[in-house]
Design a protein around this ligand. Sequence first.
Ligand code: ADP
Ligand code: MG
Length: 394
Amino acid sequence: MRKQTVRDIEIERQRVLVRVDFNVPLDEGGVILDDLRIRSALPTIQYLREQGAKVILCAHLGRPKGKIVESLRLAPIARRLAELQNAPVASAPDCIGAEVEAAVAALGEGEVLLLENLRFHPEEEANDPAFARQLAALADLYVNDAFGAAHRAHASTEGVARLLPAVAGLLMEKETAYLSRIVAEPERPLGAIIGGAKMADKMGVLRALLAKTNVLIIGGGMANTFLKAQGHAVGDSLVEDGQLEAARAVIDEAAQRNCRLLLPIDVVVADRFAADARHKTVPAGQVPEGWRILDVGDRSIATYSEALRSCRTVVWNGPLGVAEFPQFARGSATLARFLAGLDAVTIVGGGETAAMVRETGLAGRFDHISTGGGAFLQYLEGRELPGIAALRDG
Ligand code: ADP
Ligand code: MG
């Protein structure tokens, strides 16, 4: 469903509460490892500032579970945002209450205030109505630009949207514009690559894609369960025995639906789960006892590439191997290079997949790198995301 965006409402001089997704990875010292999510929020913030809004940003970071956790304060994020937008960002000591109200009252037009981590209050995740009212009291309008948090019905994503005129930000608009190109009327052939570790997490999206895609590629740890379901020996590979039946059902359904389903035909096996493990490439059915699959082999990538070559739209979630270990990142990196050069709409999503693609330096050659993990998967499943549903219809 189409939603109104910041372009559809009068913003001048208004106090605008903007839910952003600043849930960035930090190292142990609190240094921001990847600021994609902060950068991705810049167009909306810039637009609102240019329109003369008083911009009140709210966000969560990590899982403080309703308590103040010093290492999860948003001050370092405010500093990075100030650098990126080349203009000051004030930090509030909390996200609700008298001090915050005073900080909002002091905001000038075009100025930016970042509220403290929403999840320091248990009421945020509980979608507590009184907490949502306190957030709403800070502003005249609400903008949701936090696509990555839109699958959560929390006070700052859903509750507050019921209390103020609520519209989508430019990132939210961009995410849904790209992802709807897969969900609704994709340019065909449509290809999907699903990898990653846990099949249980991906069953929903697999089933949804099965009904839509012309080519469906399964790689990563997930593929092991499919290989085992086909009767292959998988050694000590990660396998979800509880999903063997589901894997067989996916294989059958693909055949019925004329969806070309591709599993690895060769695999890189290691003698242990470690970055420096001994490794070799073997046919998918010949994993030696005591060895485990940590990547797909070159012949698999060649087959995948051949099948994807004619696709006009390709979506990818989940690394094809244990890409954190450089030795086992080869399959994913080779596929990333292939997709970067493909004449198709290319969309990548999922925290680890997006990070891996950015590591290859090829991110700019993909059409869209989603900031969403769970939200990305649920959107592809065709589910309604509560943070989007609560916004004004366009
Ligand atoms: P995303 O965050 O992009 O959605 P996932 O979380 O689903 O991706 O999957 C990423 C994880 O999958 C990584 O931790 C990676 O090590 C793991 N993985 C991929 N292939 C294998 C494999 N063959 N065996 C074990 N783990 C794997
Ligand atoms: Mg992940």
